[in-house]
Write a new protein. Sequence first.
Length: 200
Amino acid sequence: MAGEKSIEGIILAAGSSFRAGTFKPGLLIGGKPMIALCIEGMYDTCRRIIVVGGHEFEQLRSLVEGIDRVECVENVSYQKGMFTSVKAGVSCVRGERCFLLPADIPLVPPRVYQQLLTFDADVVVPSFQGRNGHPVCFSSAIIPRILREPDESSLRDVVKSVGIRAVEVDAEEVLIDIDIPEDYDRVCQRVATTTRKLYF
């Protein structure tokens, strides 16, 4: 593992995937479940990866079962909104810094995680051509502040109040998410023409 021992990752995979019409973490991209691609992107950087589930939790757990350094945590309140999953994830963090990535942004390359770590700020995000994307890298110092927020709040509100350091990266993938079937088709086409390092 190339990353620092105090770095952890959170992948948010609790939503019902209503707009996609299917269980998104299990969608196959290049022959692999989407959740596996999310894990692979941060795997070399993070000593521990927390996957937060809710909808179809047992199915999600079966997808990540047996992957070293990956823990699956259930958010029983996921129907109240994504911020409840953020809180469920950060409450498990023991490292000094943590990445947070929605499970429908599966193509972030490993170099982006490493690049964000070179900047010392409470909140660091990647930016591509002036547009901020994911993952969010934050210091454990702001976790108590996140946990104090009501479930109806959002991570965006918290990080804006703290202040964001945006880092320009050469990776459009930080903006590419899968919300609808057409997004999925485009991502599959993109993966078919690229080479990724495979772990699982």
